[in-house]
Design a binder for this molecule. Structure first.
Ligand code: KG4
Ligand code: ZN
Length: 338
């Protein structure tokens, strides 16, 4: 049995988790409220908040798991991609911890971890696991990717956004509407009371399985600017319909390329991952595609959609059994990855 501590600090969540093999014993996250009033993550403030949060969060994760640091077999941390100052806090802590405890240090790619989150097991949980090869639509604040997953560590990005990410589009549209950051969950909530067909926004034409969202963001902005000239209360009066219509087009765009990739690779094992995979309308659309297209679909539990350390720990576990360790010389990376 291997006890793995996972540490995630790539953006604005400080998170620590303990897994016993694939079984999650704890998953503790401190969200940083400090960014809300700025309408986005302020990197310098994020690093400082990680500094404050990291020791209490790890302490809590160990105690909730009912283990002590001396029971750990390895420490896994997010090496990248993400904000460098934020990553440094988790990486430095993990290095020091592994050195002090004389246990292996494991570096994890954040985007790979979002996908491998599907393999986390909760105690007494019975669920089907994705079967290789599967396609994963990874949709977060910084990324939108279709990944062909042949094995745990054999993944290829077959399509990705050429500009904004899907989560970023939710967040920017929310900001235009005067909603707080992060806007995705808010739009999701408002959309439930709106008409998704009331307003029409254009779908981009992009080659292959790639995505583009910047045109949609701009047309949303211009549409509102024009409407506000006639009616200064337009957003307030239409916030439900605007949210529903925008969300609907984002999901149509996401699903269209995912379906094309599924047809092309002849793969009907389909997973979604990342912060936007918490979106209720996206989850409904994926659920419907089971019937419509004969897909076997895999959606992460809500706690594993947005950034969390359990996904770092599960990736760490698979690396641990392969003895894929790193050393004290490792440094974080802001971009790129697996
Ligand atoms: O994976 P994540 O926690 O962080 C990154 O690695 O980026 O994703 C955060 C993103 C944000 O853009 C947030 O607005 C979006 O996920 N998000 C949602 C929902 N919950 C989170 N977007 C749409 N609907 C949601 N329910
Ligand atoms: Zn993420």
């Amino acid at each position: 049995m291997a006890l793995i501590l996972g540490i995630e600090s790539s953006c604005d969540d400080t998170s620590a988790a303990v897994l016993s093999n694939r079984t999650m014993l704890s998953n503790v996250t401190a969200n940083q409220q400090v960014h809300q009033k700025y309408g986005g993550v302020v990197p310098e403030l994020a690093s400082r908040a990680h500094q404050q949060n990291i020791i209490p969060v790890i302490h809590e994760a160990l105690s909730m798991a009912g283990v002590t640091k001396n029971d750990l077999n390895a420490v896994a941390f997010t090496r990248g991609p993400g904000l460098l100052g934020s990553l440094l806090v988790g990486a430095s802590f993990a290095k020091a911890f592994a050195l002090a405890l004389d246990i292996p240090l494991i570096e994890v790619d954040h985007m790979m971890a979002h996908i491998l989150a599907h393999f986390i097991q909760l105690p007494d949980e019975k669920k089907a696991l994705p079967r290789f090869p599967f396609l994963c639509l990874t949709v977060s604040g910084g990324h939108t990717q279709i990944v062909l997953v042949n094995d745990y560590f054999d993944m290829t990005i077959v399509g990705q956004t050429i500009d904004d990410a899907a989560g970023e589009t939710f967040d920017k549209a929310a900001k235009i509407m005067g909603l707080p950051y992060p806007g995705g969950p808010m739009i999701d909530k408002l959309a439930q009371q709106g008409d998704p067909n009331l307003f029409e926004f254009p779908e981009p034409q992009v080659a292959g399985f790639n995505y583009s969202f910047s045109g949609l963001k701009t047309s949303f902005l211009y549409f509102l600017r024009d409407q506000l000239k006639h009616d200064p209360d337009f957003i307030q009066k239409n916030k439900y319909h605007l949210s529903a219509s925008l969300q609907a087009v984002i999901i149509r765009i996401l699903l269209k390329k995912l379906k094309q990739a599924s047809d092309h690779f002849k793969i009907n094992e389909i997973a979604i991952a990342g912060g936007v995979s918490a979106n209720s309308a996206l989850r409904n659309a994926i659920e419907e595609s089971k019937q419509k297209w004969g897909w076997n679909t895999y959606m992460p539990q809500f706690q594993f959609t947005t950034d969390n350390a359990a996904m770092i720990a599960i990736t760490g576990y698979f690396k641990y059994i392969n003895k894929n360790f790193t050393n004290q010389k490792t440094t974080p990376y802001a971009r790129g990855g697996f």
